[in-house]
Design a protein around this ligand. Structure first.
Ligand code: 6GU
Length: 238
């Protein structure tokens, strides 16, 4: 997969050289390039923003530098990802979809956002995804782009050593993951649940499933489908 990120703070994307995305790059599964939007300005001050049409607070990113940048960076088969708090929620299903694309281009806005005509224009040329990473406000799309690239890169075929650890994670089956433990069996008065030491793989799987259901119902009732709240043996969990 090829990833291009356009931003006025390219240094913000430095973590892409590290950790998980860095490993995918080292394995040759991912190629990342970061661009400075101001390279596509032509005035002395390298201006990227202007006052909002209709008035109001803050500044809006001008369409012209974005048009020049994206004309150059996008190809016919690219997907344009625009991080914005006004986007559709980014979730694991979206990550799985984006992991099938050959080229992702991130347009990271700052200030009050990018002139909407940029998205409207490119929507007729390529697939465009306006995505939000949660219900809170960040100063710009850069951190959200890091989040999306990490979530996608770890799904690229050949990246994760162990396909099972992917399938068992939080959100892959629509549930939060069950709690996990390691040695010692007792620590500061807290014990590892005895069933996990029983060697009974059926009982362990049942316990983990019930724990995942209970946790999901408590912490994320929006995810907890009523049919799922009945655990093994028909035990009502909530
Ligand atoms: Cl994608 N961008 C910004 N600026 N703020 C956000 C966000 C994105 N997702 C949640 N808050």
């Amino acid at each position: 997969m090829r990833v291009d990120v356009v931003s006025i703070f390219p240094d913000y994307l430095a973590p892409l050289d590290l950790s998980l995305a860095g490993r995918a790059r080292a394995a040759g599964l991912l190629e990342v390039r970061v661009h400075d939007l101001r390279d596509w300005t032509h005035d002395r001050h390298r201006t990227v923003d202007d006052t909002p049409a209709g008035g109001g607070a803050g500044m809006v990113m001008k369409p012209e530098p974005w048009g020049e940048a994206l004309d150059e960076v996008l190809g016919e088969r690219s997907t344009l990802v625009v991080p914005t708090p006004a986007g559709r929620p980014f979730d694991q299903a979206t990550a799985r979809e984006l992991a099938t694309r050959e080229h992702l281009v991130f347009a990271c806005g700052r200030y009050e956002g990018i002139d909407q005509r940029v998205v409207d224009h490119y929507a007729s040329r390529v697939e465009v995804r306006e995505v939000s990473i949660g219900d809170y406000v960040l100063n710009g799309g850069e951190v959200a782009a890091l989040v999306v690239v990490e979530a996608v890169a770890r799904l690229l075929p050949g990246f994760m050593g162990n396909a099972e650890s992917l399938a068992e994670e939080s959100h892959e089956d629509g549930l939060l993951e069950y709690p996990v433990y390691t040695k010692p069996a007792s620590w500061r008065g807290h014990d590892v649940p005895p069933v996990l030491q029983s060697g009974d793989h059926g009982a362990i799987a049942a316990w983990r499933h019930d724990a995942a259901l209970r946790r999901t119902a408590e912490r994320r009732p929006d995810l907890a489908h009523p049919a799922r709240l009945v655990g093994h043996g028909g035990v009502e969990l909530v």
